[in-house]
Design a binder for this molecule. Structure first.
Ligand SMILES: Nc1ncnc2c1ncn2[C@@H]1O[C@H](COP(=O)(O)OP(=O)(O)O)[C@@H](O)[C@H]1O
Ligand SMILES: [Mg+2]
Length: 459
C-alpha cells in the first residue's frame, strides 16, 4: 500500500505515533526492568557467592596451608554442582580442580574473568562458559573459583531477544496501526470532500457518507447532512416561490395591460375613468401581494427576532377584535373575545398583528355558517403551564384535514375560495411568523368551521 505524505500528516497518524512511542517506551522500561531484575541480579548474586567462596578458601589456605587447600578443592571439585575450581602453582601447573587443562584466559586474567571450558555431559564434550574469580595466593599459587554460566547466558540471550522482539513488534504494530488508522480516516475525509465538491458542482441531493459506527466523523456527517437537507429544502422553496411569484403576478399584470390598452383605444372618458379605477384596485392588490411576500421573507429570515419587544397578547387581540367588530356587525356576524391582559411574550408586534388581521379576514371570508349565512367568530388568548395560545374559530365550511399542510404554502387557495379576493399568502405568513416566534400553527376542526391555534411555548 502506497503511503502518501498526506497520511503521515494526518492528526490521527500523529496521535497514533505519539501513542506508539509512549507505548514502546513503557514496553522498553518494563522489559528493561525485568532484564535488570533477572539477568543482572542473578549475576550479582552468583558473583557474591563466588566472592564469599573465594574468601573462605583463601582463609582456609592461610589456616591449613597447601595440603588443606588441596583437600578441600579436590573434595569440592568432585561434587557435581556446576562450580569450577582451579588451583595452580606458580608456573601454572594444575594442582587440583575440575577444569580439564588450564584455560589460558583463566590463568592470565586477574579478578573477574569469563572463559570457555570443556564440560563432559551425556551428549559428550561441550564447551560452556564459566565466570570466575581469579585470586593470587601467597607462594605464587593461583586460585580460580567460578560457576558455569552457560544456562544464564542462554537465559540472558533469551531475555534480550524477547526484549528486542517485543520492542520491535510494538513499534511495527504501532506504526502499522497508525498508518492503517490514518489511511482509514483520510479515506473518509476524502470521500466527504469529494461529496462536498459534487454538491458545489450543483447536485444538492448528494449526502455525506455515514459509516454507521456513530463516531465523531459520523456525527459530523450526520449534522452536515441535516444542514444539506435544510439548504435543499430552502433552495427548492425559493425556486417554487420565484416561479409562483412570476406566475401569480403575470395574470393581474396582463389584465391591467389589456384594460389600459382598451381604454386607450376608447374615446369615452367615462370608460377610461372606470379603467383607471380598476387599475388602481389591481395595483393595490399587487402591492399587497408584494408586501405580504416581504413580510413572509422577513419572518422566515429570523432577522426580526433581534427587534422583538414585549407584547401583551391580550391587549393585541383586543385591539384587533375592535378593528374588525364593525365589519363583522355589517355582515350580521358575531365575535366573542376572551382576552385577559398581562399575557406577555417577546414578539414582533407588527407581524403578529398582520397574522391576526389575516386570520380574522379569513374567518370573515370563509367562516359564514351554513345555517344562517353569517360568520360567528371566537377569538381567545389563554395561558397554560406549558404554552400560550391564541385561538381563532369560525363557523364556516372549514378546511379538510388533508389540506392543512397545503394551505400554508404560498399562493395556495382552495378551490371553493376563488370567488373571494385574496392572494393565498395569509396562512403562509401565519406559518412563517409562528416559526419566527418558535411557536406552532395548528389547524383543527371546529365542527363546523375552522379553528386555528397560534401556540407559543413558554420558556
Ligand atoms: N377560516 C377558513 N375557513 C375555510 N377555509 C379557509 C379559512 N382560512 C383559510 N382558508 C383556506 O385557505 C386558503 C389560504 O388562505 P390564505 O393564505 O389566507 O389565503 P387567502 O385568504 O388569500 O385566500 C384560502 O384560500 C381558503 O381556501
Ligand atoms: Mg387570507
Amino acid at each position: 500500500m502506497p503511503i502518501s505524505l498526506k497520511t503521515l500528516k494526518t492528526s490521527t497518524f500523529r496521535l497514533a505515533a505519539i501513542y506508539m512511542m509512549v507505548f514502546a517506551l513503557s514496553v522498553g522500561v518494563i522489559l528493561g526492568y525485568v532484564y535488570l531484575n533477572t539477568v543482572v541480579l542473578l549475576q550479582q548474586q552468583s558473583d557474591d557467592t563466588i566472592g564469599a567462596e573465594v574468601q573462605g578458601l583463601a582463609e582456609q589456605y592461610r589456616q591449613r596451608g597447601l595440603s588443606g587447600m588441596l583437600e578441600i578443592i579436590k573434595e569440592r571439585s568432585n561434587s557435581n554442582t556446576g562450580s569450577v575450581y582451579l588451583f595452580t602453582n606458580f608456573v601454572g601447573r594444575r594442582l587440583a580442580g575440575n577444569l580439564d587443562g588450564t584455560p589460558t584466559r583463566a590463568i592470565r586474567g586477574k579478578g573477574w574473568i569469563e572463559f570457555p571450558y570443556a564440560v563432559r555431559t551425556q551428549n559428550g564434550i561441550e564447551t560452556h562458559v564459566a565466570r570466575a574469580f581469579h585470586l593470587g595466593l601467597e607462594g605464587g599459587y593461583n586460585l580460580v573459583v567460578g560457576r558455569d554460566i552457560e544456562e544464564r547466558l542462554k537465559f540472558t540471550i533469551l531475555i534480550r531477544r524477547a526484549l528486542f522482539w517485543a520492542l520491535g513488534l510494538a513499534v511495527f504494530f504501532g506504526i502499522g496501526g497508525a498508518l492503517l488508522m490514518s489511511r482509514n480516516f483520510l479515506k473518509r475525509i476524502d470521500s466527504i470532500s469529494d461529496t462536498t465538491r459534487r454538491i458545489m458542482a450543483g447536485d444538492l441531493t448528494e449526502r455525506m457518507p455515514v459509516s454507521g459506527t456513530g463516531d465523531e466523523l459520523d456525527r459530523l456527517a450526520v449534522s452536515l447532512n441535516e444542514m444539506l437537507a435544510q439548504i435543499e429544502q430552502l433552495m427548492n422553496a425559493m425556486k417554487e416561490v420565484s416561479s409562483n411569484v412570476a406566475h401569480d403576478l403575470r395574470t393581474p399584470l396582463n389584465r391591467v395591460r389589456a384594460r389600459v390598452e382598451a381604454a386607450l383605444r376608447s374615446s369615452d372618458p367615462k370608460e377610461q375613468r372606470e379603467a383607471l379605477e380598476k387599475t388602481l384596485i389591481d395595483a393595490d392588490q399587487l402591492l399587497a401581494t408584494f408586501n405580504a411576500l416581504l413580510s413572509i421573507a422577513k419572518a422566515e429570515s429570523g432577522e426580526a427576532r433581534n427587534s422583538f419587544t414585549n407584547v401583551d397578547l391580550g391587549q393585541l387581540v383586543e385591539d384587533m377584535a375592535e378593528l374588525y367588530e364593525p365589519i363583522i356587525e355589517d355582515r350580521n356576524g358575531t365575535i366573542e373575545v376572551t382576552a385577559p391582559h398581562g399575557i406577555i411574550i417577546p414578539a414582533d408586534r407588527h407581524l403578529l398583528a398582520q397574522v391576526l388581521t389575516n386570520l380574522l379576514d379569513n374567518a370573515l371570508k370563509y367562516g359564514a355558517s351554513e345555517a344562517d349565512g353569517r360568520p360567528h367568530i371566537e377569538l381567545a388568548v389563554e395561558e397554560t403551564a406549558s404554552a400560550i395560545r391564541i385561538t381563532i374559530a369560525d363557523s364556516g365550511k372549514g378546511i379538510a384535514a388533508s389540506d392543512y399542510k397545503r394551505v400554508t404554502k404560498r399562493f395556495v387557495r382552495l378551490e371553493a375560495s376563488r370567488s373571494e379576493p385574496g392572494n393565498g399568502l395569509g396562512l403562509s405568513l401565519a406559518k412563517g411568523v409562528m416559526k419566527l416566534h418558535s411557536g406552532r400553527l395548528i389547524f383543527t376542526d371546529n365542527a363546523p368551521g375552522l379553528k386555528i391555534i397560534l401556540e407559543f411555548s413558554r420558556k
